[in-house]
Design a protein around this ligand. Sequence first.
Ligand SMILES: O=C([O-])CC(=O)C(=O)O
Ligand SMILES: [Mg+2]
Length: 220
Amino acid sequence: MTARNISRFWEWGRKIICVGRNYADHAKELKNAIPTEPILFLKPPSAYVREGSPILMPLYTSDLHHEVELGVVIGTGGTAIPQSSAMEHVAGYALCLDMTARDIQDECKSKGLPWTMAKAFNTSCPVSEFIPRERIADPGNVKLWLKVNDRLRQSGCTSQMIFSIPYLISYISDFISLEEGDLILTGTPKGVSAVQEHDELQAGIEDVVTMSFRVDRHNH
Ligand SMILES: O=C([O-])CC(=O)C(=O)O
Ligand SMILES: [Mg+2]
């Protein structure tokens, strides 16, 4: 058996834990209250998609949104991790998109139903290459951006996060044990908008990484 390589964490089949409304400007643009505790939801590992493959728009949505987010890749697992040592559990980062069927999410919210159909479908988690932790000195202060067909839509800084990365690692690991290869999506800044079939998405972490994805319609 060959050793697993953390730089291909998306192949490991580990969980993807997403934080919602972690930027006040995004909570406001969707007319949601600013949370006093992290809002969490999950995507399955089948949500991963890598550059070179398209984001597939599910047939049941007509309002697929991009959300650019900093992803934190766990290196050393743990339960009830204290904030003070939380960063020792981080192997690195990835730039991620939390693709969201906004019309379905709105319907789920109004009916009090879970967001699974809106957030967890195949290709709902495009990811960049793995970024070793040494390449981002301060993950609490990096600029994220996203363009659709060359037009800037999202531009934010992780310093705007309501709950910091150490706080999130500690909070989550109190009740969901973190494992090597898990990914935490830390929430999106404002500027989310709808994408259409054939759109080209480009996103980046300033001075660190860029990635691009095309949007296609699901054919079944
Ligand atoms: O769907 C939402 O607005 C919640 C979310 O994922 C985020 O804030 O990143
Ligand atoms: Mg999100």
